[in-house]
Every structure is written in C-alpha cells, then in structure tokens.
Design a protein around this ligand. Structure first.
Ligand SMILES: Cc1cc2nc3c(=O)[nH]c(=O)nc-3n(C[C@H](O)[C@H](O)[C@H](O)COP(=O)(O)OP(=O)(O)OC[C@H]3O[C@@H](n4cnc5c(N)ncnc54)[C@H](O)[C@@H]3O)c2cc1C
Ligand code: FES
Length: 301
C-alpha cells in the first residue's frame, strides 16, 4: 500500500488543547495484577520484548490503555520499574513491554522467560495526542529504546491510517545492531509510513545515514504548520529535536515529549519524578513541549 495522497492542509493554529488527563487511573494506584510471560523476544542485545498475559480473565477484560502510557512492573523481592506499553492497544491477549536491561529490575527480568510471573500496576500517565493529530501530518522521532514508547501509537495510526496525513518515523540508534523492531519496518512502510533511520556509528554492512536523528529532518517533505511531532528518547536528544523541529517550522505547542524520569510510586505521592511543578508519573510522561520548556533546559533538574 502506498501513502495516502497528501492533504492540502492550510496552516493551522498549534494544538492548544490542555494536556491530556491521566487515563484509566480511577482505581487505587496500588491495585496490582499478576501476569505471566507468554512470549519473550530478543530485539537486540540487552533489549527484550515481553508479552504479559493477565492471570485473572476479568482483569484482562477490564484492562485498557492508550499509547504513551506505562505500567509499573514488579518482581517480588527485587523491585519495580516504569516501562512503556509497546503493544497494539487493540490486542486483548497480552500487554507488551520492550525493556532495556540496565539495573536491578530490568536485569532480573532478563533472566525470566515464558511461563514466569511478573506483577503489574497500571496503566499510568498521559497519552500521545493521537486524537488531536487526526487530519494532520505526524512526525515521530525517537532514539534507542525510546521507540518502545511510540510503537503502540504506530499500531493505532496504522489502524486509522486514512485519518492522518503524512506520517514519518525518524529513528536513531548508536549502531545498526541497536535498531529495534527491524522486522516491523516493512509493515509500517507498507501502511504508508515513511521510516527514516540513522546510526551514530556505521558497520561494514550499513549503507544508510550516519549522524544524529535531527539530520533526518533534511530528508522530510512536510507541511510544518500542519504537523504534530511526538518524541521519546534521551533528554539531550529531545532538546536537539525540539530545536530542529522549531527551525523546520513545527510549532512548539505541536511538539509532544515523553519524559522518562526515575519513578517510584507512580501515584503522585513520593515526589521522585517531580519536574518543576509537574509530577511526571501523573501529569506526564507525555507533555506538550511548551508546558515544560522552561524546565527542560535546566541541567540536573
Ligand atoms: C514513563 C517511563 C517509561 C519508561 N519506559 C521504558 C521502556 O519502555 N523500556 C525501558 O527499557 N525503560 C523504560 N523506562 C526506564 C526504566 O524505568 C528505567 O531504566 C528503570 O530505572 C529500570 O529499572 P532498574 O531497576 O532495572 O534500574 P535501576 O537499578 O533503577 O537503574 C539503573 C541505572 O539507570 C539509571 N536510570 C534509571 N532510570 C533512568 C532513567 N529514566 N533515565 C536515565 N537513567 C536512569 C539509574 O540512575 C541507574 O544508574 C521508562 C521510564 C519511565 C519513567
Ligand atoms: S513517582 Fe512518586 S510522585 Fe511520581
């Protein structure tokens, strides 16, 4: 399938809807579910995707999330970590998480396999503004395991592909061996999504771009005034993306970032995730850039 014909979009005011309210958070934040790993796939070295099925069928039936939200994954005796939900929101048999093994919880998770149990709280946080972006061009910019946070948005966009204008995924990794979901790019492209890749360091087989993800903006043919941008990755990368997107004409208020700050309670209680006046666990993780711009530039905040 080729991309739908480009819409002649007149310049539009930037998205000024309030930040999305936390979704599906009505229940007690400590309410947890026991899940079982039904599949665990290595994406690249040190990064695995875990499909978790609820033990309780009622919990499975009642669990709904929106792309951009996250769960707290708990391993008894070890700890809990915030992990984005990376599966298709319409998938009812399992909830997917793509995890980079960096510390206590994520390395312990790496030692588990099909049949092992993981305790889950969630979903938590705000979602990507996919409703607001209907009818517009969408630029999705990610680095490293940040692509996990937008994968469920890509599923949702594909399911309603005709409702969006041009859609491009700009993805950068340190090396070709760090590119996750490589077996899905053809499917995304077949659905009319442009997939542009870059790596910091090439190997002998790499024929694509080498350089920062921001350089991929040079390959884009967008209507900036009618585009929305969603971005997840390391904070310095997101800052560089915001600046490059601004130079390309995308309004700051149309730029959404997912702030993957350290978390503990995910319930606006402990303050660990506090970012200026915002609590990333409840007010985020997805924020419109103009709401957090003044804090993003402050190092170590
Ligand atoms: C909303 C949200 C969504 C996330 N989604 C994912 C995801 O989909 N996949 C994934 O692999 N990770 C994701 N993370 C990051 C993940 O929560 C952390 O890496 C977490 O600390 C891992 O727990 P751990 O016990 O294994 O590591 P820890 O033992 O807690 O930490 C290991 C090391 O990483 C550092 N660290 C911890 N968290 C962060 C962070 N957020 N940024 C930078 N350095 C950090 C610590 O300071 C420490 O040095 C997400 C975080 C948030 C807040
Ligand atoms: S993680 Fe405790 S207040 Fe956000």
């Amino acid at each position: 399938m080729t991309a739908p014909p480009r819409r002649a979009s007149p310049p539009r005011p930037c998205i000024r809807t309030p930040a999305p309210e936390p979704l599906a958070f009505g229940r007690d934040a400590w309410h947890h579910h026991v899940t079982r790993i039904v599949a665990a796939r290595d994406e690249v070295a040190g990064v695995r995707t875990y499909d978790l099925a609820f033990r309780d069928p009622d919990a499975a039936a009642g669990y709904v999330f929106a792309p951009g939200q996250f769960n707290m994954l708990y391993l008894p005796g070890i700890g809990e970590a915030a992990i984005s939900i990376s599966s298709d929101p319409r998938e009812r048999a399992f909830v997917g998480h793509t995890v980079k093994a960096v510390g206590n919880v994520t390395q312990a998770l790496e030692r588990l396999g099909a049949g092992d149990e993981v305790v889950l709280r969630g979903p938590f946080g705000t979602a990507w503004p996919l409703e607001e972006l209907r009818g517009r061009d969408v630029v999705i910019v990610t680095g490293g395991v940040g692509l996990a946070s937008v994968r469920s948005a890509i599923f949702q966009i594909i399911a309603a592909r005709g409702d969006y204008g041009r859609v491009a995924v700009l993805f950068g990794a340190k090396t070709p061996a760090g590119l996750i979901y490589t077996d899905e790019y053809d499917r995304w492209r077949a659905a009319g999504i442009e997939v542009l890749l870059t790596v910091d360091e090439a190997d002998s087989n790499w024929t694509g771009r080498v350089g920062l993800v921001t350089a991929l903006f040079d390959d884009l043919d967008l209507s900036p005034a009618s585009s929305g941008l969603i971005c997840c990755g390391p904070e310095p990368m997101m800052l560089a993306v915001v600046k490059r997107a601004g130079a390309a004409g995308i309004f700051p208020g149309d730029t959404y970032l997912s702030m993957e700050r350290n978390m503990s309670c995910a319930a606006r209680l402990c303050g660990l995730c506090q970012f200026g006046p915002e609590f990333v666990c409840r007010d985020g993780p997805v924020f419109p850039y103009d709401r957090i711009a003044r804090f993003l530039e402050i190092r170590h905040l």
